[in-house]
Design a protein around this ligand. Sequence first.
Ligand SMILES: [Zn+2]
Length: 319
Amino acid sequence: MKQMLKLAVSTLLVTLVTTATAQVFNTTRSPKGDKEWPVVKEGVTVKVSPHVYAIPSESVPGVPNVGIIVGSKATMIIDPGMGRLSGEAVAREMAKVSKNTEVYVVTTHLHPEHTTGELAFPQAKIIRAAAEQKDIDESGMYWVNIFSKRSPERAEILKGATFRTADEIFEREKTVDLGGVRVRMLYVGPAHTLGDTAFYIEEDRVLFPGDLAMKEIFPAFAMPQSSMRSWLTSLEMLERLKPAHVIGSHGDLADGSILSANHELLSTLQTRTLALKREGKTAEATGKLLVEEFKTKYPAWDQPVRVISAVDAIYKENP
Ligand SMILES: [Zn+2]
């Protein structure tokens, strides 16, 4: 009996020490779990192709899939995550795969979980599409406040968050040579936002389409400027690139098939919306009806409630 008690006490001690050690080392992790602590996770970086690495979001809300593109002379970070803590985690992951001192930080759109990690890269060059810059100027800090109000943890992560001044602005397209690998930056908005930007790594045939194509997640029409018409046109343009890997800004890493899957879903949604509109239904009624219809038609897809804002955008575009 005495022996068993001794064993139990020592097991308890080991458990306590292990837990305490884990907390000391994992200073950027919340004791309450990933869902409440949307900071980019370390130690999970995967190699996608010869020059491209990704830090998967593991579908944690508020965490994007992060890209790290490594050339012989420079490195590019795509979407450094939310807040300085995320950016610092990304910088440590980058250091494991690249010794380059020349660093670019680029983002798929203005939302804080894609952009505000850039604060951890004070020396990096920031390049943005003119339309994304416009989004940031008009509503960047508005979105930081909205995100901060969602939970005390997000407020903590976003404390002091601002946007860095861009070093370079481009209109429709810009190619950056990282040494042995080129990244084409393509303006693809207005879709999820006004300023959506996609990144195509030509030599490796890897595409980062932002929120325009995610694996089995309904697309979000998040801004007043969001447009179904230009979303479809941009997806068609991205499909013509024939990428081998497609890394949406959230959700699982995927291949080229998610571009056509998203295109099919959106064009079906457009056709159904316009048919109901012709019958004289209001946008509100059509939205309610189609949420249910698309839940049944696309049961594997997350966030079907987003159908409502898509319907609104289609009504606005087709007065
Ligand atoms: Zn977004």
